[in-house]
Design a protein around this ligand. Structure first.
Ligand SMILES: Nc1nc2c(c(=O)[nH]1)N[C@H]1C(S)=C(S)[C@@H](COP(=O)(O)O)O[C@H]1N2
Ligand SMILES: [Mo]
Length: 351
C-alpha cells in the first residue's frame, strides 16, 4: 500500500488529495527519517504549477528600497554568503480532516509536513543590498503561478513582517536536501521561513516587494491562513475583522513507527513546533489513560524536528503528546476553528 505509484513525476508513495490543483501528503510511516526525502515530501499548491523555469528568470526586489535589484540565481549564489537551515515545513491546514464538524478546505490527514535541509542566501542580505527605506514594514512574495482557470489571478501572494524577513533563519533557497530545488517545490527559488506556516514559504519566487503596510495579496486577507482572535461556533458567520495572519506554528508530534517488543510496544516519531521550542514528549499505550516520558533526541538545529522514542505496555491505542518550553501541550481534541487551521491535537494510532 505504501508503494503507491502516483502520476506525479519525481514523487512516489504520496496520498493524492481530491483537488484540481496538485496536492498530496506523505503517509505517516514514510516520515520516519530525520530529513524527509524530496520524492516523499508533501505538495501543496493553491493553483497551477509552472511547467518549467524560464531561461530569463530573475528575482526582482522592489518597493521601499533605495536600489531596486534584478538578480539571477547565479548572481544570488555568488553574490551573497550561502547558508543552510534544517527546518520543518508544515501546511497550516495539516490535520484538517479530523475537525468536527468538518470545515472548508483540503481534508489533509497528518502528513502535510516534512523536514528538509534548505540551502540558499539570507533574505536579510538581499534586502540590505537593496537598501531598506525607513518606511519598510512588510515583505510581500510574488510568483507566476495562477489560480486554476484564472490566468490573470495569482494563486498565492503572501508575505512576512520585516523582523522575520531579517532573521538569520529566513532564506531564499535554491537547494533542498543537497539537490537543486525540485520544480514542484518552487525551482528556481523559494522562501524558507522556519516557524511560519507553509503558506509563507512562497515557491517560484520572482518578486520581493517591500511594503509599508501588511501585505494584502492573494490568500493574505479575509479569513485565508488567518486565525480568529475569539472563539467561533460552527456555522457562525465569519467577520474578517476578527482574523489575524498566522505567524507561528503550535507544538506537535507524530508517531512514525511502532513495533511489538515482548509485552511492550516500542514507538518513535518526531516532535516539532514553531518559534517556541519543544521541551518534552510523553507517550501512552492505553489511549491517554496513562503517560510515560519519551526520550527526546536533539534536532539538527532549532528549526528541525526532534526524534522521540518511547516504550509502552502492549494492548491499547498509541499516542504521543509534546509540550513546548512555555508549557503548551498538544490538546487531546482538535482545536476547532472555522477555517480548519493549526490542528495540533494528539493523534491516536491503533494497532
Ligand atoms: N507560489 C506558491 N507558493 C506556495 C504555495 C502556492 O500555492 N504557490 N503554497 C504554499 C503553501 S500553502 C504551502 S503549505 C507550501 C507547501 O510547500 P511544498 O509544496 O513545497 O510542500 O508552499 C507554499 N508556497
Ligand atoms: Mo499550506
Amino acid at each position: 500500500m505504501l508503494d503507491r505509484p502516483t502520476h506525479i513525476p519525481g514523487k512516489r508513495s504520496l496520498i493524492l488529495l481530491d483537488d484540481p490543483a496538485l496536492n498530496a501528503e506523505t503517509p505517516a510511516p514514510l516520515l520516519d527519517t530525520a530529513l524527509t526525502p524530496n520524492e516523499l515530501f508533501f505538495l501543496r499548491n493553491n493553483g497551477t504549477v509552472p511547467e518549467e523555469v524560464p531561461g530569463d528568470w530573475m528575482l526582482n526586489v522592489e518597493g521601499a528600497v533605495r536600489r531596486p535589484l534584478r538578480l539571477t540565481v547565479d548572481q544570488l549564489r555568488t553574490g551573497f554568503p550561502v547558508h543552510e537551515v534544517v527546518a520543518v515545513l508544515e501546511c497550516a491546514g495539516n490535520g484538517r480532516a479530523t475537525f468536527t464538524p468538518p470545515t472548508d478546505g483540503l481534508a489533509w490527514g497528518p502528513g502535510a509536513v516534512g523536514c528538509a535541509r534548505w540551502r540558499g542566501v539570507r533574505m536579510a542580505d538581499v534586502l540590505r543590498a537593496a537598501g531598506l527605506l525607513p518606511g519598510a514594514l512588510y515583505i510581500a512574495h510574488e510568483s507566476p503561478d495562477h489560480a486554476i482557470g484564472k490566468p490573470d489571478r495569482p494563486a498565492l501572494s503572501r508575505g512576512i513582517p520585516l523582523d522575520k524577513a531579517l532573521a538569520p533563519e529566513t532564506l531564499l533557497a535554491f537547494e533542498m536536501n543537497g539537490e537543486p530545488l525540485p520544480r514542484l517545490h518552487g525551482a528556481p527559488l523559494r522562501v524558507v521561513v522556519p516557524g511560519y506556516p507553509g503558506s509563507a514559504w512562497q515557491k517560484w519566487l520572482n518578486r520581493l516587494w517591500v511594503r509599508d503596510c501588511e501585505h494584502d495579496g492573494a490568500k493574505m486577507t479575509g479569513t485565508d491562513y488567518r486565525m480568529p482572535t475569539r472563539p467561533y461556533a460552527p456555522g457562525e458567520a465569519m467577520d474578517p475583522a476578527d482574523f489575524r495572519v498566522i505567524t507561528d506554528m503550535p507544538v506537535k508530534s507524530l508517531i512514525t513507527h511502532h513495533a511489538r517488543q515482548g509485552d511492550q510496544v516500542a514507538l518513535r516519531g518526531f516532535a516539532w513546533s514553531g518559534h517556541v521550542p519543544v521541551a518534552s514528549v510523553v507517550v501512552s499505550g492505553d489511549g491517554g489513560a496513562s503517560w510515560a516520558p519519551a526520550v527526546l533526541e536533539p534536532g539538527e538545529g532549532p528549526w528541525a524536528w526532534r526524534r522521540f522514542r518511547g516504550l509502552v505496555p502492549l494492548g491499547g491505542t498509541l499516542m504521543a503528546r509534546a509540550t513546548d518550553s512555555q508549557g503548551n501541550s498538544q490538546p487531546m481534541a482538535p482545536p476547532w476553528n472555522p477555517r480548519g487551521y493549526l490542528n495540533n491535537a494528539v493523534v491516536a494510532v491503533g494497532i
